[in-house]
Design a protein around this ligand. Structure first.
Ligand SMILES: *Cc1c(COP(=O)(O)O)cnc(C)c1O
Length: 383
């Protein structure tokens, strides 16, 4: 047992990262985004979302995302209030026709599967599950109209490649929870129909909004379900959201500050060189983190298969104190006392683990500095 109070550990200021925010959502917001907010303050904040200034902002956001993802013609960026959690309900009403297949490999992927399985208007979904730390593989199944993937399982730090199942029904949809992946991981629109996310992860803005990039096949599905007799609450109706989005509006009032910071980040990402450059930056951060962990006797990347190790959310197991390690909670407490925050593991995973958000806004040099800070803290805790 360590007898050192973690809050008493002092890290030398020259070792600290320039920015100590490593959360997986909410995540680091760049100074320039807050400056964009201040600049918008006098003229845009507090004005109608039905008038040109806010509609132009939404339009700039939608076209910036189209550029970032290199979306082919016919795709639409759809948005609404409520975040990704609400989008699971939106999809349950307006995207799944009858039966879905879900890959479940952590907390977030399990929630959409749960929403679909309890919906009274849908058939029972197929759930393909594996233990945390890996991801299952989809198999084409007749009668499945929606395949639900998670690009990056934020609770475990596992990323999966997005590939349409070979032999799937011709008009089936691939629906991807990309909440923590969008803007940081690469994907090919020809393998996907709906790529949905929220702005508080790679886009470094606030939560509360959902965004879905929708293929022409997905839009066809949305229109078909909307013209059927299925009852749908208006606030969860993706057809209403689509009609508002193409007019650069939302069905009800959005948080304007969220949109301003979101659009500023998308502009920065496109200026950086687009999705490839953003992914390269996150990959550099994650290479630093994983190779550091591999070099320590008391740390190890949780995800054993290197191809599945996320570029945007790193999970590092720490050895128990009986095995020469320390309590990961004490590491987080000591880091927090020095202004380095949100390195805690996903609670329900129940491991002695650190979890590090490495979204594009995070500087790889700061990830390097974080590893040095952890070394100092672990040395101090081990006495
Ligand atoms: C954060 C997260 C969610 C939940 O997003 P909210 O906007 O808080 O509802 C869902 N899925 C994944 C993969 C996430 O990382």
């Amino acid at each position: 047992m360590s007898t050192t109070d973690p809050r008493s550990i002092r890290i030398s200021p020259d070792l600290l990262p320039a920015d100590g925010r490593f959360g997986c959502g909410p995540s680091k917001v760049r100074v320039e985004q807050v400056e964009a907010l201040a600049a918008a303050g006098g003229k845009l904040l507090g004005t109608s979302h039905r008038q040109a200034p806010v509609k132009n902002l939404v339009g700039a956001l939608r076209s910036g995302l189209r550029d970032l993802f290199s979306l082919p013609d016919g795709w639409e960026i759809v948005l609404g209030n409520g975040g990704s959690t609400v989008f699971w309900d939106v999809a349950t009403f307006g995207l799944i026709e009858n039966r879905s297949q879900h890959l479940v490999f952590g907390e977030f992927s399990s929630k959409f599967a749960e929403a679909a399985s309890v919906a009274p208007h849908l058939g029972q979904p197929t759930v393909i599950k594996c233990d945390p730390g890996s991801h299952p593989v989809a198999t084409a199944e007749p009668g499945i109209d929606s395949y639900a993937f998670t690009h990056n399982e934020t609770s475990t730090g596992v990323m999966m490649p997005l590939v349409r199942p070979v032999g799937a029904d011709a008009d089936s949809l691939v629906i991807v929870d990309a909440t923590s992946a969008a803007g940081g991981l690469l994907w090919d629109p020809s393998e996907v129909d709906v790529y949905y996310f929220a702005p508080q992860k790679c886009f470094a803005s606030d939560g509360g909004l959902w965004v879905a990039a929708c293929s022409p096949r997905a839009i066809e599905r949305i229109n078909r379900i909307a013209s059927s007799k299925r009852w749908t609450p208006a606030s969860l109706d993706i057809k209403i959201a689509l009609d508002n989005s193409v007019a650069n509006q939302t069905y009800n009032t959005p948080a304007l500050a969220t949109l301003v910071m979101f659009e500023a980040q998308v502009r920065w990402m496109n200026g950086l060189g687009g999705l490839a450059a953003c992914n390269a930056r996150s990959k550099r951060s994650s290479d630093i983190l994983y190779s550091w962990a591999e070099s320590k006797s008391w740390a190890n990347p949780f995800v054993t298969d290197k191809a599945m190790r996320s570029h945007v959310v790193g999970t590092i197991d720490i050895a128990a104190s009986a095995d020469g390690g320390v309590d990961a909670n004490d590491v987080c407490t000591a880091l927090r006392a020095n202004g380095v925050v949100d390195t805690d593991s996903y609670r329900k995973l129940g491991r002695n683990q650190l979890r590090v958000g490495m979204f594009p806004a995070v500087d790889p040099d700061d990830v390097m500095a974080l590893t040095r800070c952890i070394d100092v803290v672990v040395d101090a805790l081990r006495g």
